[in-house]
Design a binder for this molecule. Sequence first.
Ligand code: UFG
Length: 353
Amino acid sequence: MTHKKSPADTCVLVTGGCGFIGSHTVVCLLKQGYQVVIVDDLSNASEKVLDRIDQIVGPEAAERLSFYRADVNDREALECIFDEEPVDCVIHFAGYKAVGESVQKPIEYYSNNIGNTLTLVDAMRDHGVKSIIFSSSATVYGDPDALPLTEESPKKPATNPYGWTKWMIEEILRSLTIADPEWNVVLLRYFNPIGAHPSGLMGEDPKGIPNNLLPYVAQVAVGRRDAVHVFGDDYDTPDGTGVRDYIHVMDLAAGHVAALAWMEGRTGCEVFNLGTGNGTSVLEIIKAFSAACGKELPYVIEPRRAGDVTANWADCTKAKELLGWEARYGIAEMCRDSWNWQSHNPNGYEEEQ
Ligand code: UFG
């Protein structure tokens, strides 16, 4: 009979653990009693996140967290970390993530995202660690033929290098499980993560002009930008604007913890959609955020953005049945928590000017 390891005896290495989804996942892991090791080079995250995590989880849980400032592509640094820490499983978030930038900098995106994954799994193999959860994306479904998207829906060609890196890393990890049946891989395909920790201490803090809808809307609400630019109102959707499956980052974080518990003692490669199953339009988001912040947010209609799909939303039955996980928060709570974060931290993790 095999005994499942308890969280207290399980050490999870989280790459990119200071980023938006990573930091919320680290909080959930610590609250569940896991030992957590963050590896983050802080190239697109703030070290202040670590203080916020400590504040949220409290001193006892914070003792179970260690942090290494290192690039996942730095093989020597990984050697030291795997020598030092009793890692059982890796959750791999670290990677570049701006779709538009990836079109301008394909070499950087392929080299960083794919290169760091190869370095990571090579180091894992050398240290006998063969369990990994990977941050994939609904982007691998491309422009869908049918909705909702199930894990069986076909992968379609990506429309940008960022999307291709997710697409290819999925295949790389799947190949590992074919070559060596001891590997244990979970691919989590996120829909659109938004929201923030309900405490207002952690949230999304994009550098420069936000590419994604929610951080942009939040910056309009806080007065950092004039109006929301709505990319297209002539789509074949009820109000003409693009429809997405927005998911609260706390639900997403809980999905990782559920996947971690489920995969223990297993092998092979399994894919899960993490979404809510509901589609929301751009105009509905602006309306919900206006309600959350108590003022009408101005918007202007712009042409469509290249590469955007009309609509996508997930079928999350598989995650519910196998992981016992489903999203709990709705759009109103996502906007409430995003506004709470943005209004208390108008400049993100940076100090007030
Ligand atoms: N949008 C606007 N104005 C903005 C930003 C976005 O109208 O300023 C619209 C888009 O056209 C789209 C919707 O808001 O209809 C959502 O756009 P986001 O940029 O927030 O998110 P995407 O769906 O384009 O991208 C997200 C993730 C990617 C991932 C992709 C596909 O950010 O990492 O989903 O799954 F690749």
